[in-house]
Design a protein around this ligand. Structure first.
Ligand SMILES: [Zn+2]
Ligand SMILES: [Zn+2]
Length: 339
């Protein structure tokens, strides 16, 4: 099989690797059928990540199950599943309390698409081993499009977690979204679906702003801190100055969710944050906990994650098109046809 290897700034190539096999009774082998970029992949491809290449990239996909071990009970070969970005066992104390990103049975940071906490490969590979199939894999509900849901591994489900728990009981909230990619757009879509009427989306990208407007948000290319402007803010830029902007745009006792991945250091206006009293949450998403609810919302048809997909390419185009700075490209293939 081949793995797509990130080799340096805006370059990637196929490399041959041994086909993964089921070695343990709880494992599965899957073949991605629709894989896409996480917003953080754009930063990695631009050379702004903190891990030196080369490594297998990709951690968002819907896949077809190819083979399962004897003890796997929740999926069968042929099933279409969402593969979470992080590796988790499902049985340790942390997993059982929903902290899948901090599973105690795998090394810290174990994930697909970056050589952190071991070598688990990337989801832009022809075949992928899933070490804890029952715990990790989530069947894609009937009727959902793998292309639209390729991001359920991470960004779509993360976006659900960033906004839904805050606004579902309070759709009258005013919401600020400062973003640079798919996460912020999904947040706008989900907020609107949950009845939020007041969303301001801030992003210099004109195409992203047009989509956010389609999702009912007001938009700005940039903004200064909006003093006591919003009940709730989401920051998904990977830039500390933008997180500072979000933190200074809240009403007293406001809440800010950050999608994290601030690879460069920076300063936060702690005294202003203190004087206005705010709560900020920043942390690696326990995505496996959120995938079912995020898929459930998608299945209602009240949201349109397909609209965020910027391009659909054939799997064979991965090395050429992944490096072309597309906003949210999805790469598709049919493993049954041998491609
Ligand atoms: Zn990600
Ligand atoms: Zn665990």
């Amino acid at each position: 099989m081949r793995e797509l290897i990130y080799t340096g700034r805006w370059t990637a190539e196929w490399r041959e690797a041994a086909d993964p096999k089921v070695d343990g009774a709880g494992e599965a082998i899957v073949a991605p059928i629709a894989a896409t970029t996480c917003d953080v992949d754009s930063q990695i491809l631009a050379g702004r990540g903190f891990i030196e290449p080369p490594f297998a990239i990709g951690h968002e996909c819907v896949a077809q199950v190819i083979d399962v071990g004897d003890e796997v009970t929740t999926v069968l070969p042929g099933d279409i599943v969402v593969v979470p970005w992080s590796i988790s066992c499902g049985t340790c104390d942390r997993c059982r309390s929903g902290l899948h990103a901090h599973c105690a049975n795998v090394p810290h940071m174990a994930m697909y698409g970056a050589p952190l906490g071991g070598s688990w490969g990337g989801l832009f590979s022809d075949l992928v081993k899933v070490p804890y199939a029952d715990a990790m894999l989530v069947p894609l509900p009937q009727g959902l499009d793998p292309i639209a849901m390729a991001s359920a591994s991470d960004n779509w489900s993360l976006a659900w977690r960033l906004v839904a728990p805050h606004v579902s009981s309070r759709p009258d909230m005013s919401v600020l979204v400062i973003a640079r990619g798919s996460i912020g757009l999904y947040v706008c879509d989900i907020a609107r679906a949950l009845g939020v009427g007041d969303v301001l989306y801030v992003d210099p990208d004109e195409g992203h702003r047009a989509l956010a407007e389609q999702f009912g948000a007001r938009t700005l290319a940039e903004t200064a801190p909006i003093h006591q402007g919003f009940d709730f803010a989401v920051e998904a830029t990977g830039r500390v100055d933008q997180l500072a902007l979000a933190a200074q745009s809240l009403k007293p006792e406001g809440f800010c969710e950050s999608a994290g991945n601030h690879f460069q250091p920076g300063e936060l206006p702690l005294i202003n944050m203190y004087l206005n009293s705010m709560t900020m949450r920043i942390g690696r998403d326990n995505v496996r906990s959120n995938i079912p609810a995020a898929l459930e919302l998608a299945a209602t048809g009240k949201v349109d994650p397909r609209a965020v997909v910027s391009h659909v390419f054939d799997w064979e185009e991965l090395p050429d098109q992944l490096t072309e700075r597309h906003s949210k490209p999805v790469f598709v293939r049919n493993p049954d046809s041998g491609s």
